[in-house]
Design a protein. Structure first.
Length: 155
């Protein structure tokens, strides 16, 4: 595989990875906002979050929307991928440490996921975000290795 086709394949994989993460984040955020009362209630029954429910009810979907938008924009894609890694880690840690898994908290299609399936989904999204970052650095490294050295002008 020559550099051009390898670079093109990396670009396609990078875009698909980003699109998958964006779709999931935007879908989850919009569902939380549409089902605001239900989301607020379900956060409220988690004892460790009682004092933060009002703030979290808006902060979580706004954070998901913001990260999704960052990933969509080429200039901020890398920052968005890093932030999504943090978000997925927080979700996973929260599920295990704070017992935050509550059926129907996500709304829509994601409601049908069992605890195990939800862990698998978040783990896959975490791996995809890491893959997106790795591909970004591979493509930068490959581009700089194949580029011609800058011209040196002697006076």
């Amino acid at each position: 595989m020559n550099h051009s086709s390898k670079s093109e394949a990396q670009k396609i994989i990078s875009e698909v990875v980003a699109l998958i993460i964006v779709i999931v984040l935007l879908y989850a955020a919009i569902n939380k906002l549409i089902h605001y009362r239900s989301f607020r209630f379900l956060l409220g029954i988690t004892p460790t979050l009682k004092g933060m429910v009002s703030a979290l009810t808006f902060a979580i979907p706004i954070l998901e929307l913001s990260i999704g938008i960052l990933i969509l924009l080429q200039k901020t894609k890398l920052a968005g991928l890093y932030l999504s890694i943090g978000l997925f880690i927080i979700y996973l840690v929260g599920m295990f440490q704070l017992k935050l898994y509550v059926p129907n908290i996500r709304g829509g299609i994601l409601d049908r996921l069992s605890f195990t399936q939800y862990v698998i989904l978040n783990t896959l999204l975490l791996v995809l975000a890491i893959l997106g970052i790795v591909i970004h650095y591979w493509s930068k490294r490959g581009a700089s290795q194949d580029a011609e050295p800058p011209a040196i002008i002697f006076t």
